[in-house]
Structure formats: structure tokens, C-alpha cells
Ligand binder design. Structure first.
Ligand SMILES: [Zn+2]
Length: 78
């Protein structure tokens, strides 16, 4: 069973959450505002390792949580 920590409800099973997507990091070398917006919306890293994601606690407090997760182990990192 995978677990996520909600700031309102504490440690809860991942089945209570809905994945909202990763929060992408735009590379610093992309400087134009239009190019940064394009990269932010359309370019996903799908990293093998640490990532920052949004999860919605549907079966709990019904609020969004920002979670740092290691995709190689599926464990939340604080
Ligand atoms: Zn919650």
C-alpha cells in the first residue's frame, strides 16, 4: 500500500487521492516568456527520481497537496 501525507489529514492511503500532475521545472536557459509558458504547459520531464506533484485529496479534506515523491520507489519525500 502506498501512502501520502496530507497537511490536513495526515498519512492516508494513496487510493484516497487523485493525481493532478507533476509540477514541471522550466530550465533556466529558456528565458522568453512565451517559450517558458510553452515549456511549463507542454513539456513533461517524467523523471526517474525526485519529482514534485499535485494530488487532490478527494476522499478526505478535498484540498490540493503538493507532494515530493521518488518515482523509483514510489515513496513520498519530505
Ligand atoms: Zn486531506
Amino acid at each position: 500500500m502506498l501512502w501520502l501525507s496530507c497537511s490536513n489529514c495526515g498519512r492516508r492511503p494513496i487510493d484516497e487521492f487523485v493525481f493532478g500532475g507533476e509540477i514541471p521545472r522550466v530550465p533556466d536557459e529558456i528565458t522568453g516568456p512565451d517559450e517558458r509558458d510553452f515549456d511549463l504547459v507542454w513539456m513533461y520531464d517524467n523523471p526517474d527520481g525526485l519529482t514534485t506533484e499535485r494530488w487532490f485529496h478527494l476522499a478526505g479534506c478535498r484540498r490540493w497537496a503538493t507532494i515530493r515523491r521518488d518515482t523509483t520507489t514510489d515513496v513520498q519525500v519530505t
